[in-house]
Every structure is written in structure tokens, then in C-alpha cells.
Design a protein around this ligand. Structure first.
Ligand code: GRG
Length: 288
């Protein structure tokens, strides 16, 4: 196995261990059971990986980054649970298993999402207080995560996504949805790591550009997988975007241009890392 893959597995394993340590035990409590069901179902763990890899790239203390990394996965999982609800995308499968509401019912799926979101910040703030001298860096990281996950970030993107269903594809609207629904929660771990590691403005600005470009490519790819992918490999149904009249890159520009645009965005992301020189090699490879 090459060292890139080993490192990726290491980051994912730290995340899994940290989640298992942080999560309240099941003890017959249905909400906790529902939280654990979706959170421990797997997934690529890409947001924690971004946080941990960025912290290492910037020479930060990786021990300080583990809880925020795991907490970001809780926030991401809450968004998936709520996104799958009948009032949103009404999906039956996620991460290779039945969606949360299909197993626990809608009420408990809503509560499991609410539980994960709040517990994420409880963990982030406990961790912030535990690292004495660096508490302000952790608080700044928490602020960035809240802003990008919230009403001017992912929630705003999801809102326009819902409002734009069955509308003619429009480039500006698509850019807005992809920037906020997807790129914001991929940029949050980069900037959180930067604040925890005490990075300067130049590094923060480079990471912001990297996150935006990676986020756009990630969502274009996700849109392409919905058209071209295999449901078994993806662990969720395909062809759903067209059925719901979603604004997607392939619907607006076709498959070929979507592939090219995703490729261009990845190269722009790689370019954005040039201030970090060789130290940016891991994130560059991750993007590609
Ligand atoms: C409910 C506020 C709220 C937001 C929902 C996550 C989300 C926003 C919608 C899900 C649908 C979607 C296409 C979102 C874009 C981001 C995305 C591709 C999420 C899937 O993330 P992955 O691929 O999933 O990292 P895993 O399972 O690997 O963690």
C-alpha cells in the first residue's frame, strides 16, 4: 500500500476511534441508537481527513485536532439524516443501509440529527476548554464551523437547492448551491485546522480557495455519479436528481463539460496550495 493510502486510512481510523470514545453509549436509549446507527455506518470521513491533514501540514498539534475532526463528521452526518427525510430528498438508502427515518421513524431521525448537531458543539467546546493556552484558536475554529454549517453556509445552500427544484438550470444558482451546500462544509475543516494551528492570513486565504475549488469539483462529481454511478458501489439510489428536477451540473452543461469543469476545479485547487510548497503534497493528492 502506498503511503498516501496508509495515511488516509490512519486519519479515518483516528476518526472512528474518537467517535466511538465520544459518543454516549446506547443503553437502550432510542435517540442515541439512531445517532450511532448513521454515524458509525461508514462513509469516506473526508471532512475529518481534511482537518487532520491540514493541521499536520501546518505543523499544528494533531492531538488538539482529533475532537473537532470527529465533531465535523457528526455535523455532516446530521445533514445527511435530515437531507434524506421525506420533507427533503426522501431517500431510502444511505451509506449502504436503510436511511435513518426508514429504521427509526421520522421523529427519531429528526431528533438523531438534532442530537448529533448539538453534541458536536458540546464536544468542540469541551475540547476548546481543555487546551488552555490555545482556547481562543479553538473558539475561532468553532465559529468558522458554525458559520459554514449554518444559515449563511450549508443550510443556505440546502434552502436554495430545495427552492430551485424543477426550475430551468441556471449557472449562478448552481454555483451558489454548490458553494454553500457542499464547499462550505469542506472548507470548514481546513480553516478550523488553520485556527487551531495558529496559521497566518496568507495560509488561510490559500486554504479558502482550495476548499471552494475542491467543493465545486466534489459536487460536480457527486452529480455525475448520480447519472453514471452504480447504486451498489455508492450505497444509495442513483438517478434521483433527474427525478426530483434538481439543479445539477450535468443537467445544465452535459456530462462531458461536467467532467472537464471538475478537472479544471481540481487543478485550480492544487494551484491554490502553492504557498505551502512540498508540504501541500498530501492535500494536493487528496484533491486529485
Ligand atoms: C439538511 C441543512 C441540511 C443540509 C443537507 C449533506 C446535504 C446538505 C445534502 C446531501 C446531498 C448532497 C448531494 C450534499 C452535497 C454534499 C455531499 C456530496 C454529501 C455527501 O458527502 P460524502 O460523499 O458522504 O462525503 P459520505 O457518506 O462519504 O460521508
Amino acid at each position: 500500500m502506498n503511503s498516501f493510502k496508509q495515511q488516509l486510512e490512519q486519519y479515518a481510523q483516528w476518526t472512528q476511534e474518537c467517535l466511538e470514545q465520544l459518543l454516549p453509549p446506547q443503553e437502550g436509549d432510542r435517540v442515541t441508537e439512531a445517532m450511532r446507527y448513521s454515524l458509525l455506518a461508514g462513509g469516506k470521513r473526508i471532512r475529518p481527513v481534511l482537518l487532520l491533514a491540514t493541521c499536520e501540514m501546518l505543523g499544528g498539534d494533531i492531538r488538539q485536532a482529533r475532537v473537532p475532526a470527529a465533531a465535523l463528521e457528526m455535523i455532516h452526518t446530521y445533514s445527511l439524516i435530515h437531507d434524506d427525510l421525506p420533507g427533503m430528498d426522501n431517500d431510502d438508502y444511505r451509506r449502504g443501509r436503510l436511511t435513518n427515518h426508514k429504521v427509526f421513524g421520522e421523529g427519531f431521525a429528526i431528533l438523531a440529527g438534532d442530537g448529533l448537531l448539538n453534541y458536536a458543539y458540546e464536544c468542540i467546546l469541551n475540547n476548546a476548554l481543555a487546551w488552555g493556552e490555545n482556547t481562543p484558536g479553538h473558539i475561532r475554529a468553532a465559529q468558522e464551523i458554525a458559520r459554514r454549517a449554518g444559515v449563511s453556509g450549508m443550510v443556505a445552500g440546502q434552502s436554495i437547492d430545495l427552492l430551485s427544484e424543477h426550475h430551468e438550470p441556471n449557472e449562478a444558482t448552481l454555483q451558489y448551491i454548490h458553494t454553500h451546500k457542499t464547499a462550505d462544509l469542506l472548507t470548514a475543516p481546513l480553516l478550523a485546522a488553520a485556527y487551531i494551528a495558529g496559521a497566518d492570513e496568507k495560509a488561510i486565504s490559500a486554504l479558502e480557495t482550495f476548499g471552494l475549488c475542491v467543493g465545486l469539483a466534489f459536487q460536480i462529481d457527486d452529480d455525475l455519479l448520480d447519472v453514471l454511478g452504480d447504486a451498489k458501489d455508492l450505497g444509495k439510489q442513483t438517478g434521483m436528481d433527474a427525478q426530483r428536477g434538481k439543479q445539477t451540473w450535468p443537467a445544465a452543461f452535459g456530462v462531458e463539460r461536467s467532467r472537464q469543469d471538475a478537472g479544471k476545479a481540481i487543478e485550480q485547487a492544487a494551484q491554490a496550495l502553492s504557498p505551502f510548497g512540498e508540504r501541500g503534497a498530501y492535500l494536493r493528492e487528496l484533491a486529485r
